[in-house]
Design a protein around this ligand. Structure first.
Ligand code: MG
Length: 383
């Protein structure tokens, strides 16, 4: 069997309500979907995290011609074929995002060809449901005192929906952030809370915010500092007992090895649509495990990345391990995203705050071809 064709689908939609975080605002969603098709007519689907228009060119012009004709079962061989072809000039960034989408599509395809789910391909499920944390509480353009109330109300809705864990955004300004951290804890005394600054702080600011997180019993502090200053993670961790989480900007086992060797990082958050795909994510998890750390993927995008992360966590062994093991939470983005909610005919089912691990072949989610046509603004086909 051979890979006969690779298609890319650039899907896009405007949002009714723009939302912001520490760096900028979103007013639309745009994702690159990759479809790998065999000479027997079977399609595997993957997605890429990052600037979709740029990644589309990398998939279409660079990687696809190198992969066409290869055996789709040979995911390791294909990964290293792509890696060697781009190592000299693409050790990170959008080229690796392109590889990630192709690799994810190949895992979906391999599952379909062998009649197995991706979690079975990854070694078998340790659990059939994965607890989720709701990601939301993004900033909106309104006075800060009003925004504080709106964000707390949003969190209370997720709690009523059954989410026992959730993550807020911080990094607007430290004064606002500390108020939000305290109000959120008062409103939700029994909820597991985490906070994400998207690398908004310098070290003294991060130390102050970490103190507020520690005083209010938050479980992790995500991207407190710039990924360009990994040595500061260790300096920050020495001042707080709140776990430092990071990794959504990092890629490959090589990148994560360097990041984790610096110390300070307690929770590893590679994105399966960006870090090098499911193939590389498994290697990153091994590196994390060798340092006694857990990996919980960053998830942003559509059902394909959500399904990949669900299978990944279904197969996870929680470090350090005990009879009543620590839950590893799946990131479940609750912000407006029609590409997540309307593009698929079969979704990852989330019930009462937990994802049901798909048992269908491959990733176990299905694209709705009509919706794909509706959202697609540019498609390519390489044979
Ligand atoms: Mg984040």
């Amino acid at each position: 069997m051979k890979i006969k064709c690779i298609k890319t689908h650039l899907v896009r939609c405007d949002l009714k309500q723009p939302f912001g975080f520490s760096q900028w605002s979103y007013d639309h969603r745009c994702v690159l979907i990759v479809e790998v098709i065999t000479d027997t007519g079977v399609s595997g689907w993957g997605e890429c995290y990052g600037p979709a228009e740029v990644i589309q060119t990398a998939v279409e012009k660079f990687y696809s011609p190198k992969v066409i004709g290869m055996d789709p079962i040979s995911t390791e061989m294909i990964w290293h074929h792509m890696w060697r072809a781009s190592l000299d000039f693409a050790r990170g960034g959008v080229m690796m995002a392109a590889m990630s989408g192709i690799d994810m599509a190949l895992w979906d395809l391999k599952g379909k060809l062998l009649g197995l789910s991706v979690s079975e391909l990854m070694g078998g499920r340790c659990r059939d449901t994965v607890p989720c944390y709701a990601t939301g509480m993004y900033f909106q353009d309104m006075p800060e005192d009003v925004l504080l109330k709106v964000l707390v109300e949003e969190a209370c809705v997720y709690s009523e929906q059954g989410f026992k864990a959730m993550k807020i955004k911080v990094g607007k300004n430290p004064e606002f952030d500390i108020k939000l951290i305290e109000l959120m804890r008062k409103a939700l005394p029994n909820t597991i809370l985490a906070a994400d600054s998207n690398h908004a702080y310098d070290l003294p600011e991060a130390i102050n915010v970490a103190k507020a997180l520690e005083d209010n019993d938050y479980i992790w502090f995500e991207e407190p500092l710039s990924p360009e200053h990994p040595a500061q993670f260790k300096q920050l961790q020495e001042t707080t007992r709140v776990a430092i989480a990071t990794g959504e900007c990092e890629q490959t086992r090589f990148g994560f090895k360097k990041l984790l060797e610096q110390g300070g990082v307690q929770l590893v958050q590679a994105d399966l649509a960006y870090c090098g795909g499911p193939s590389e994510a498994l290697k990153i998890r091994t590196i994390a495990s060798a340092q006694g750390l857990n990996m919980i993927p960053h998830v942003w995008g559509t059902q394909l990345n959500l399904a990949a992360a669900t299978h990944f966590l279904a197969t996870a062994y929680s470090e350090p391990g005990r009879a009543e093991s620590k839950p590893l939470f799946l990131e479940y983005d609750r912000t407006e995203n029609p590409l997540r909610d309307e593009l698929y005919s079969v979704n990852v089912e989330v019930r009462n705050g937990s994802a049901i691990v798909p048992t269908g072949v491959g990733l176990g989610v299905e694209i709705n071809e009509n919706a794909l046509k509706q959202f697609s603004i540019n498609s390519t086909e390489t044979k």
